[in-house]
Design a protein around this ligand. Structure first.
Ligand code: 2AM
Length: 478
């Protein structure tokens, strides 16, 4: 029987796997955690299995949970994003007092977090929306944490959060204060968008190797393993090598038995929507989302495959060179993806008045989360040496890497196009790079077209910006 005395450092609501693992992680670090779940049987099961023998305190009602907490109360929840969060908050609010802290660790849409932060702030409650990345394993052994919201709460949760977070190779915790309002959830959303992009370019490389170059799973497995000890060294390259090594019961590669129709939970889509809202050309991540949609149209593709013709996809000509080129193409596209991702963050910071520390964000992502990689050290360094960096492309390391990789990158795109193998992310990244470095794009013609049919006016290259002209374009040559 739990005595009615405040003893727990923090409460955690929502005992699905992520919630359970975060509790065990906190307990490992010496924090006293009170656990609650709407369906009480889940709590009992947790207390008698995974949490058995730990200091975890079970609470069977929200009043009981609130009563065992030290003040100011710290209550974290890992429940389904959306209305469940609002319902839970509604139930909790009458039980709390000014200064208490609520932390949403789910994948909430950042605009929801903005709204909740403001609403609860008006009631004197401190609201935090925190990105939690790293899946079940991360939650248990050390996730990357991206807390944002009411900054007054940060000193009260910093110790717990930084203790349970993953540690980067230099020992720094992968958790730091991100910014006001929905900044933490926004940065987590962008992380997930980048994750979509990283996964897509890896899949495109695999597609080209498998169908274009006729490589076996063993050969591809060895290739990814090799790449994992170079500049592409990352969690996602590593698990790709692992996946390619797994055999089905009959000894054939299991991955080839997996249906090629991708699922998603929506964070990549949110990232794309935000980029459209903010006017940021986030082409690689958006292509990655569209590639998932196209994959999901399996039945339609099967019918199309029977009638729509393309070139012979398999040609082993220049195979070894192309595999070497692919590594550089992946690296270049990855630079574009992160450059775009940070462009998005910069625009969001401007729009929502957040003071984002880009070096700290790259630092948080270095371990614990799905996009962890050695590459992020370079981004951290780039923003550390120049916090006002206009674009990652402008940093000498990334600029020189792109310069070095681009002949190989172009050869890969040519090889894919000639074989009719889709590489939407790898190729749109190259188009973006070529567009970004283009001093004179064809938008002059576009403006003329707009002025032609809609009298939308245009500016002139030989006059100051802000002066607008209209011409009678239909009066040919006159
Ligand atoms: P449950 O076990 O009672 O369903 C993931 O779905 C987690 O979110 C589960 O712990 C689930 O609790 C919890 N959850 C979903 N909707 C909820 C709500 N409206 N209030 C509280 N917890 C909720």
């Amino acid at each position: 029987m739990v005595e009615n005395k405040a003893q727990a450092d923090i409460a955690l609501i929502g005992l699905a796997v992520m919630g359970q693992n975060l509790i065990l992680n906190m307990a490992d670090h010496g924090f006293s955690v009170a656990a609650y779940n709407r369906t009480v049987s889940r709590l009992d099961e947790f207390l008698s299995s995974a949490a058995k023998g730990t200091s975890v305190i079970g609470a069977r009602s929200l009043p009981e949970l609130v009563a065992v907490l030290k003040k100011p109360r710290r209550i974290m929840f890992m429940v389904k994003a959306g209305t469940a969060v609002d319902e839970l908050i509604q139930e909790l609010v009458p039980l709390l007092e000014a200064g208490d802290i609520l932390i949403d660790g789910g994948n909430s849409l950042f605009t929801d977090t903005q709204r909740r932060c403001a609403e609860l702030g008006a009631k004197g409650l401190l609201y935090i929306g925190s990105g939690v990345s790293g899946g079940e394993e991360g939650a248990r052994r050390g996730p990357a944490l991206m807390p944002g919201g009411d900054a007054r709460a940060w000193p009260y949760i910093k110790d717990i959060f930084q203790a349970i977070a993953a540690k980067a190779s230099d020992g720094e915790p992968c958790c730091d204060w991100v910014g006001q309002g929905g900044a933490g959830h926004y940065v987590k959303m962008a992380h997930n968008g980048i994750e979509y992009g990283d996964m897509q370019i890896i899949c495109e490389a695999y597609h080209l190797m498998r169908d274009g170059l006729g490589m076996s799973s063993e050969e591809m497995q060895q290739t990814f393993s090799r790449w994992n000890s170079g500049p592409l060294d990352s969690y996602l390259i590593g698990i790709t090598a692992d996946i390619l090594a797994v055999k089905d019961a009959d000894g054939s590669p299991l991955v080839e038995r997996v249906l090629d129709a991708a699922g998603q939970k929506g964070t990549g889509k949110w990232t794309g929507i935000s980029s459209l809202d903010l006017g940021v050309p986030l082409t690689l991540i958006s292509e990655a989302v569209y590639a998932r949609y196209l994959s999901a149209q399996k039945e339609e593709r099967l019918r199309a495959a029977e009638v729509l013709k393309g070139p012979e996809s398999r040609s082993e000509a220049g195979r070894e060179g192309l595999v070497t080129d692919l590594e550089q193409a992946l690296l270049a596209a990855k630079i574009v993806s992160y450059a775009q991702g940070f462009m998005l963050l910069r625009e969001a910071a401007r729009e929502y008045k957040w003071e984002l520390d880009y070096s700290a964000i790259a630092s948080i992502w270095r371990a614990g989360c799905i996009i962890r990689s050695v590459f992020l050290n370079k981004i951290k360094e780039a923003y550390l040496s120049n916090p006002d960096l206009l674009n990652l492309f402008m940093d000498s390391f990334f600029r020189e890497t792109l310069e070095k990789c681009q002949p190989a990158w172009r050869r890969v795109i040519v090889a894919a196009v000639q074989r009719g193998i889709p590489v939407p992310a790898l190729s749109s990244a190259l188009s973006f790079y070529d567009g970004y470095r283009c001093a004179r794009l064809p938008a002059n013609l576009l403006q003329a077209q707009r002025d032609y049919f809609g009298a939308h006016t245009y500016e002139r290259v030989d006059r100051p910006r802000g002066e607008f002209f209209h011409s009678d374009w239909s009066n040919k040559g006159a």
